[in-house]
Write a protein that binds this ligand. Structure first.
Ligand code: NAD
Length: 303
């Protein structure tokens, strides 16, 4: 069993770290928020007082942080003339699962490589439900041999492990997937709102569309309409899932990727505008909808 330093125990990182504990690994976890640390301790994990303490003697370091600036901050910021990468042993495999720009992932991986450290970008798909169930999809960028070393650790947290290509390729795959997810979720919310406005029961309509050509992931496991599906954010006031702010971050990454490659992405651009309008409009008693789950885009369509 491996000794794993885990940094970032939020909606996703918390349950991912718990699955590593359940698989018998020796996890030492760190987050800035004490409540997140307490949850891990209750489940039998050790916690550390800093990221530096968490990575001591680690075979693997896993991070699950909100955005690129946090990843750069954690790995590259200097303290006593050394950054976290300097504190991690040379044979340790570093797996960053955060969704960040491919360019930032390559920059941090290059800094790791300069120090003789092995680093992968391994963003995930599957949401909090997938993180809890250990059924995430990992999209991994980096050297094939390092991906093979990391595979048993990733398999304790996920079901599908894809090697997308060289460093940064995992983030490119993730950017494409989440742009499509935003288009699907807003389209699904729009279709349900249309049905309801024309007198249909949203649950009946969802059942019909699920078995028809409009069927998609949002309808199958993440229905955006309140009361249609149990256990999803729409049925608990849009709390505890994937925040609107994080979806806007991902859509902005996709727009940056589109601009850099000169690739038109009109559907993605529209989805990003819808999410920004929705954030600014607010919903569910929130003046700013940024902290709500992204399926709350349903509220943008009124009624
Ligand atoms: P979150 O905000 O719930 O969790 C992030 C955690 O990182 C927080 O607990 C925060 O305290 C911690 N953190 C921030 N800076 C830190 C630091 N310097 N040191 C230690 N801990 C620090 O976010 P999340 O929903 O868990 O998402 C994490 C990443 O996963 C994001 O990049 C997101 O885009 C991606 N993602 C999320 C989902 C989802 O459904 N929530 C799905 C796929 C991918």
């Amino acid at each position: 069993m491996a000794r794993i330093g885990f940094i970032g125990l939020g909606n996703m990182g918390g349950p991912m770290a718990l699955n590593l504990v359940k698989a018998g690994h020796d996890v030492v976890a760190f987050d800035l928020v004490e409540a997140a640390l307490a949850k891990l301790r209750e489940a039998g994990a050790k916690t550390a007082a800093s990221a530096r303490e968490a990575v001591v003697d680690a075979d693997f370091v896993v991070s699950m942080l909100p955005a690129g600036r946090h990843v750069e901050g954690v790995y590259l910021s200097q303290e006593n003339n050394a950054c976290l990468l300097d504190e991690i042993a040379a044979d340790t495999v570093i797996i960053d699962c955060s969704t960040i720009a491919a360019e930032t992932a390559r920059k941090v991986a290059a800094a790791a490589s300069e120090r003789g450290r092995k680093m992968l970008d391994a963003p995930v798909s599957g949401g909090v439900g997938g993180a809890e169930a250990g059924t995430l999809t990992f999209m991994v960028g980096g050297d094939a041999s390092v991906v093979d070393e990391a595979r048993p650790i990733l398999q304790a947290m996920g079901k599908n492990i894809f090697h997308a290509g060289a460093s940064g390729a995992g983030q490119v795959a993730k950017m494409c997937n989440n742009m499509l997810l935003a288009v699907l979720m807003s389209g699904t919310a729009e279709a349900i709102a249309l049905g309801v406005a024309n007198g249909l029961d949203p649950a009946v309509l969802s059942d019909i569309m699920k078995q028809s050509s409009g069927g998609n992931w949002a309808l199958n496991v993440y229905n955006p309409y309140p009361g249609v599906m149990e256990g999803v954010p729409a049925s608990r006031g849009y709390t505890g899932g994937f925040q609107v702010d994080l979806m806007i971050k991902d859509l902005t990454l996709a727009m940056d990727g589109a601009a850099a490659a000169g690739q038109p992405t009109p559907m993605g651009a529209l989805a990003r505008s819808l999410y920004v309008l929705h954030k600014n409009n607010g919903a569910e008693g929130h003046e700013d909808a940024g902290s709500l789950d992204f399926s709350s885009i349903q509220k943008f369509y009124g009624k």
